[in-house]
Design a binder for this molecule. Structure first.
Ligand SMILES: Nc1nc2c(ncn2[C@@H]2O[C@H](COP(=O)(O)OP(=O)(O)O)[C@@H](O)[C@H]2O)c(=O)[nH]1
Ligand SMILES: [Mg+2]
Ligand SMILES: [Zn+2]
Length: 441
């Protein structure tokens, strides 16, 4: 990193192994092709080194005199995006059983936030490191910029070890670190607090956890590092009603989604929650009766497939609390500011909790037995059912008909609770006096 770089932090947190290190310990990735082979990462990777020589612009020079640009963690040697040195970081973990919709939800969330954070919240949202976000960008491209909007497409399976995890060798032990998706979120010049860019900006790291690793008995040969669960400011747990037998019974005859049929996937999602809870308790040294204090959002996925279970009174009550986004006068009174309507979210959550208690009480017990603050949010990443591809037997979607509903709300909500004001929340008084301001649902 340039010595004159505009970083504000004395330390950085590695988004792979969560090691916190002072800037002077940062390693650089050698650039000269002869310098390949790294003790932790294997013969294919460029060697990591602690630099002694820099060029005039502050870039390190490797032992062959080549100019280097990538930075790496002193512990795991994986590349650390520069944003992690310049902005405070926030971590969020996304969990759920295999097939619960994690990959689709993450792609829809990030695609939606790229457009709406600027429009609604005067924030820029961009890839902190295009390389680490490559798989996600490909998923977004398949779903939202597809040349063939009327043909079935599927997302690549992410469960394979090399795609979601990076192997790192420590002596004769190999650790599998989950690949983070890293974004920078910064106030735009029109943001009411644009003057405090450095203080407000955040590097946001998201983790897509292959659900296999959280099933009792472990269905995979690797056991990934899960300390991100402990450093995360919040968790998004996906609950998929199409995988639950009682929800399936209740939806019989009310949906054509093939995932609701008895031939669909079925997992004990309460067990996945309990397993994640166990790991967090162990890693964070919480006792069995101590509750997790950070917010947990239970995103109830594939809303399009089970919407029939929500009755009219739900729709009426949800509407009565206004839209998810509210307008309020900005500071100084000149312009308006958009805030997230927590009252509406709480009301929706209460209604969904009732539904969950009816069909999946074991899951509510698992979630609320673990965490103090659980919010239930319905989401649909696609807005409609997938279709089975005749050749592969996999479920595909037609990009042209994707219509997400509330997909980005779980992350927006966590950001409004934990990002220090990037997504403002209304005051009690504003909540009480402005149930209108309808713009978007
Ligand atoms: N009906 C419906 N199906 C969905 C939705 N999102 C994902 N799916 C389907 O759920 C399946 C699993 O999704 P995926 O994102 O790969 O799950 P993951 O294993 O948790 O990453 C896929 O076949 C998708 O077509 C949705 O919003 N509605
Ligand atoms: Mg996946
Ligand atoms: Zn590291």
């Amino acid at each position: 990193m340039s010595r004159s770089a505009p970083y504000i932090l004395p330390r950085a947190t590695c988004p792979h192994c969560w090691h916190v290190f002072p800037l002077e310990e940062t390693l650089w990735v050698s650039a000269h092709p002869a310098l390949n082979g790294d003790a932790r990462l294997g013969p294919e990777c460029q060697r990591r080194f602690l630099p002694t020589r820099f060029d005039a612009a502050g870039n390190a020079l490797d032992s062959h005199g080549s100019m280097c640009s990538d930075l790496a963690c002193p512990k795991c040697h994986l590349v650390v995006p520069r944003a992690m040195f310049e902005m405070r970081s926030l971590f969020y973990s996304i969990l759920g059983s295999p097939g619960s919709g994690k990959s689709h939800l993450i792609a829809t969330t990030t695609w939606t936030l790229r457009q709406t954070l600027g429009r609604d919240f005067q924030l820029s949202f961009s890839d902190a490191d295009p390389e680490s976000n490559r798989a996600l960008n490909q998923s977004e491209a398949r779903l939202f910029f597809n040349e063939f909007p009327n043909e079935l497409t599927t997302l690549p399976k992410t469960e394979k070890e090399g795609e979601l995890y990076n192997p790192v060798r420590f002596g004769d032990q190999t650790f599998w670190y989950p690949r983070p998706f890293v974004f920078s979120v910064q106030p735009l010049p029109s943001h009411p607090r644009a003057k405090n860019v450095a203080e407000m900006s955040r590097a946001i790291c998201l983790y897509d956890n292959a659900g296999e690793h959280f099933l009792p008995g472990g269905r995979s040969s690797i056991s990934p590092a899960t300390q991100h669960l402990t450093v995360s400011s919040g968790l998004i747990f996906l609950f998929d009603p199409t995988q639950h037998v009682r929800f399936r019974e209740a939806c019989t005859g009310k949906t054509t989604d093939p995932q609701m049929s008895t031939a669909g996937l079925s997992f004990r999602q309460d067990q996945v929650m309990l397993e994640a809870a166990n790991r967090i308790r162990t890693q964070a040294s919480l006792s069995q009766n101590e509750k997790y204090k950070r917010p947990v959002v239970v995103a109830i996925t594939k809303l399009d497939a089970w919407r029939s279970l929500l009755d009219e009174s739900f729709e009426r009550r949800a509407a009565a609390f206004g839209d998810v986004l509210l307008q309020r006068p900005g500071r100084g009174g000149e312009s308006t500011e958009t805030v997230l309507n927590h009252r509406r979210i709480m009301q929706i959550s209460l209604d969904l909790r009732e539904m969950m208690l009816r069909y999946a009480p074991e899951f509510v017990n698992a979630a609320e037995g673990f965490a103090e603050d659980v919010t239930y949010i319905p989401v649909s990443a696609l807005g409609h059912s997938p279709t089975r591809e005749p050749e592969t037997g996999r479920f595909g979607v037609r990009p042209g008909s994707i219509a997400p509903q509330w997909a980005e709300l779980p992350l927006l909500y966590l950001l409004s609770l934990t990002s220090g004001g990037l997504i403002p929340r209304p005051t009690e008084k504003q909540q009480a006096t402005s149930p209108s301001g309808v713009r978007r649902t």
